[in-house]
Each structure stands twice: as structure tokens, then as C-alpha cells.
Design a protein around this ligand. Structure first.
Ligand SMILES: Nc1ncnc2c1ncn2[C@@H]1O[C@H](COP(=O)(O)OP(=O)(O)O)[C@@H](O)[C@H]1O
Ligand SMILES: [Mg+2]
Length: 372
């Protein structure tokens, strides 16, 4: 029986559990706390920055994979050097650790992306600003940001004095996109790649709130373009497992890469109901070099809405009462303002009804009750 270890005990690891059960894979999760939401599969608790802790966890595993991208590259390299099968490989994962490293790698591959430049101690800020077209532009912390926490639209350098004191800041042109898309797919070590059609993602304050799958009204040329960008990146940087490519769609039909993730991604949660194969099962198949599942859709449209703060049991009951076809996923996390606590998925043949049901059910769940 294949044994897969997952570093990180969040909702992504949690949602890998059903796929592992179906495939007869033993899943072992390395978490920070025994109460993390992947609790049913947690077998070790430790520090993911510690090579020693992770080395002990890897004993008896066939493959090591991830629910987050925070394990330091040096630790990943040490594990690889000792013979552990780490997927995705450290060389690929390194791109997701640092947004400037990712931008430089995409530039090397000639993948379309926003204009960007690095603001550092040795550079003249005005020159760097010119490279991204001046203010307003977007500033990003290269390392450690998530859910928009390391992203600011800035009108002056005074807006990022605190970040500039810390070190390099990534500047990007502010893209005037018409919408955001995500292209997901999975790749096996030998190179076979299977993708889903691009989805639309909606962000509120930098955090994903809603996903519409597949993206409505995407021309055939753009659908193919998104798929090509995903497959090129996956092959050229040798990704194994799920690759999620966040994209900006501009008014003139151009796709620009925003960022990459090499693990199941919030934009792919909708596929658990909508697709023959969920992204979680597909990730396990890919990293264990098992044939990839079909990504055929089971319904014409699916909409996912995130639930923030906490999952209110009364609200869940009211959604279940009114929408028996909507699937609710609770991550079993203790409530905290703004935290991703769950999501729901509606699917069906007519997009306007699917959207309406998903948004109504989402509004019932996102009551603000846990917002403090
Ligand atoms: N260059 C940009 N131009 C316009 N909006 C942007 C740009 N970069 C990021 N954003 C907005 O901020 C959101 C979060 O940025 P992102 O780099 O994806 O950070 P995170 O790692 O927090 O997801 C994006 O989904 C998008 O809505
Ligand atoms: Mg993002």
C-alpha cells in the first residue's frame, strides 16, 4: 500500500483524506498542532522548518507532499539528498516561496505576466517605479504573503515604508483586468498532464470569495491559451502534482500570469462535485505516479462560495433545508474573523440558477456572526 505524507494540517490536507481512502492510499499528515483541521489523518506534530522533525516523519513514506509552501528550500533539499521522494521537487517549489523568484523564472520562460521590478536597498526607487509604469502600482512582499495579506495597491512609497524597512519589495504594474481566472491541472513524474478548463475566481480584499467553473464566455482561443500556459509551466519547471496558475484576463483578451501554486488550490474546490476527479484525488494520483483521473465535468456549471469566520450550525441547517443539492464543506476549524472556515458548491445546467443558489446559500452562511 502506498504511503503518502503531507506537510501541513490545514483544509487542503483534510480534503485529501477521501481521495486517499478511495485509492487505498495511507495518508499521514505532519501538522503544527494535533487540533489542526486535518486531525483525522495527523500522525505527527512538529516544526515544518526542522529538517530533523521532517526526516523522522519521512520514515516509511513512499512520497512526501504538501498542503502549504512554507517548508524552507534548504530543508527540502536535505530531504531529497537523503533519498526521500519529494513531490513537487524543491527546485519547482522554490518558485512558490518567493514571488520575485517566480517572476524571474516566468520571464526566462517568456510566459506573459505583468511588468514587474524589485525595489531594494541598492536600487533607485524612481527607476524601479518607471519599469512598472508609475503609481498607482501593486507592491508585494516577496515571501510569506497569502490571502492578499502581502499585497497593497500603492500611490506613493510612503505606503510601504514598513515593508521597505524589511527588505526587497516586488513592484508590479497594476493590471486593469476584466476578471481573474485560474488554470488547474496535474502532472505525473513522467510528464503526463491532465487539466481542467479554466475557472473564474472572484477576489474580495485580495481573498478568493467565489469561483465560477468553467469561466463563462471564455472564447475557445482563450480557453486553449490558458490550458497552454498551464501545461508549459508544468513541463518547463517540472511540476509534479497539482499546478494552479492564477491569471488576469485583460480587456483585449490577453492572459497574464499572476502567481502559481503547486498544491490543491481554493479555485479547484469546485471540482470535488463538478468533475469526475477532485483536485485532491488528482494530486495524490500525480505524486504517487498513478494514472490521472478524467477531468470531465458532471454538470455544465459549478459555483463555489467560501465561508469565512466559522460555519454557523443554524445557517448550515437552513442552507441544507432550502438547497438539498448544495454541498457544504466545513473545515472543522474554531471560529476566527476572516478565516476560511468552509465552502459550498452548487452545480447544474443553467448558470444563472446555479449562481443565484450559490450566492443565496453563501449569504446565509456568511452572516458576519464570527466577525467579532
Ligand atoms: N499586478 C496586479 N494588478 C492588479 N491586481 C493585482 C495584481 N497583483 C495582485 N492583484 C490582486 O491581488 C490579489 C492577491 O494577489 P496575489 O499576488 O495573488 O497574492 P496572494 O498570494 O495573497 O494570493 C489578486 O488575486 C488580485 O486580485
Ligand atoms: Mg493569489
Amino acid at each position: 500500500m502506498t504511503v503518502i505524507g503531507v506537510v501541513g494540517g490545514g483544509q487542503l490536507a483534510r480534503m485529501m483524506i477521501p481521495g486517499a481512502i478511495n485509492l487505498g492510499i495511507t495518508l499521514r499528515v505532519f501538522a503544527q498542532s494535533p487540533d489542526d483541521c486535518a486531525a483525522p489523518a495527523i500522525t505527527a506534530v512538529g516544526d515544518f522548518r526542522s529538517a530533523e522533525d521532517l526526516m523522522a516523519f519521512c520514515e516509511g513514506l513512499d512520497v512526501l507532499t504538501f498542503d502549504h509552501e512554507h517548508v524552507p528550500v534548504a530543508v527540502l533539499e536535505a530531504l531529497e539528498a537523503s533519498g526521500v521522494s519529494v513531490y513537487p521537487r524543491s527546485a519547482a517549489l522554490a518558485l512558490t516561496h518567493d514571488k520575485t523568484v517566480m517572476r524571474a523564472a516566468l520571464a526566462q520562460l517568456d510566459i506573459p505576466q505583468p511588468r514587474w521590478a524589485v525595489l531594494g536597498a541598492s536600487r533607485n526607487p524612481e527607476e524601479v517605479l518607471q519599469q512598472v509604469g508609475g503609481f498607482p502600482c501593486v507592491a508585494k512582499l516577496p515571501i510569506g504573503g497569502y490571502d492578499g495579506k502581502g499585497v497593497r495597491v500603492i500611490e506613493s512609497f510612503a505606503d510601504i515604508e514598513d515593508w521597505m524597512a524589511l527588505g526587497d519589495v516586488l513592484l508590479e504594474e497594476r493590471v486593469n483586468f476584466v476578471r481573474e481566472l485560474a488554470q488547474l491541472g496535474a502532472r505525473r513524474p513522467g510528464g503526463s498532464w491532465v487539466s481542467w478548463d479554466a475557472v473564474e475566481t472572484v477576489q474580495a480584499n485580495g481573498v478568493c470569495s467565489e469561483v465560477i467553473a468553467p469561466a463563462v464566455g471564455l472564447t475557445e482561443a482563450m480557453r486553449a491559451d490558458a490550458a497552454r500556459i498551464g501545461s508549459r509551466i508544468a513541463h518547463d519547471i517540472d511540476v509534479v502534482g497539482i499546478l494552479a496558475v492564477e491569471l488576469f484576463e485583460t480587456a483585449d483578451g490577453v492572459l497574464l500570469v499572476n502567481e502559481l501554486a503547486m498544491r490543491p488550490h481554493n479555485s479547484g474546490h469546485v471540482f470535488t462535485e463538478l468533475s469526475v476527479t477532485s483536485q485532491f484525488e488528482q494530486h495524490l494520483r500525480a505524486v504517487s505516479d498513478f494514472p490521472l483521473g478524467a477531468t470531465t465535468l458532471r454538470a455544465a456549471h459549478g459555483v463555489m462560495v467560501n465561508i469565512f469566520g466559522g460555519v454557523d450550525p443554524d445557517a448550515a441547517r437552513s442552507v441544507a433545508d432550502n438547497y438539498p443539492a448544495i454541498k457544504i464543506h466545513s473545515y472543522d476549524k474554531s471560529p476566527r474573523p476572516g478565516r476560511k472556515a468552509g465552502h459550498l458548491v452548487a452545480s447544474g445546467s443553467q448558470i444563472e440558477f446555479v449562481l443565484q443558489d450559490a450566492r443565496d446559500a453563501g449569504a446565509r452562511m456568511n452572516t458576519g456572526r464570527y466577525d467579532g
